[in-house]
Ligand binder design. Sequence first.
Ligand code: OXD
Length: 309
Amino acid sequence: MSRPAPKVAVCPWDHAWAPKVIAAVERGGALVSDVAEAQALVWLEKQDGDVRSVLHPGIEWVQLRGAGVDHWIATGEVDDSRTFTSAKGAYARSVGEHAAALILAASRNLHVCIRADAWDSHAGQGRLLRGATVGIIGAGGIGQEVIRYLKPFGVRIVAVTRSGRDVPGADLSLTATSLHEFWGEMDFVVVLAPAVPSTQHLISDPELEAMPDHAWVINLARGSLVDTDALLRGLRTGRIAGAALDVTEPEPLPPDHELWDEANVIITPHVANPSLEQDRLLADHVEENVRRFVRGDELIAVVDLELGY
Ligand code: OXD
């Protein structure tokens, strides 16, 4: 006899994403229930709620909506009392596409053209991506998408992971410890690693110093991975050519922050993962994880508290 379908709650039930996520839970083969009776919970709040307010001992598994869970770990909402899963991987295509757009904008000098108010064919000159070296720092699911989008442009990819495993599509795969020899070869450095204590200010003065003066730093991970003061110094002294930032430290970036005045900085307000698409992408992820939960299989994107993501 097969076991009864597990009960899964979606909270808050009146959240804008709830209808799509509830449908995904049903497609995954679970019963949507009130949180009091649930064995699992999909938590749709971002930063403004506290998942602990609805948890009870019967809840074995909590699915969070974020790919990065640094906020939930820092607040203690994610702990070892049960299984927590993130949405790691769910938004990879979207963030990958945004990274490719920022790299193309930088190499084609679009930031200069967009700000110009007169015809200047010299200032507007871009360069070919062909032959450029692109470092992907944290080459997980999103990194793979970036590689897929950029490979047709004929770039050389240096992929950095914790283990240094061979990353499909990369020309060179490294661990962060061997990276210092390669900063000097980077035309673009794409930061995608999770925000954990060891990645805090991963890009600071020494790294910017070691990069070629035409290099661009592209950050789509968390603001804390790039030292903002060092970045400003690097930009002002011409140590690097530019930065494209979807995430910043501080975030949101205050209106009077100096980064807004830098001509060679492209800022997008943490929209690589646009909310217009996010509910659908999260729903696909939830459906797959609910299906696994129903079967008793291993869930995807389980948060590892020791690793911090
Ligand atoms: C996420 C993000 O972590 O959008 O999901 O940054």
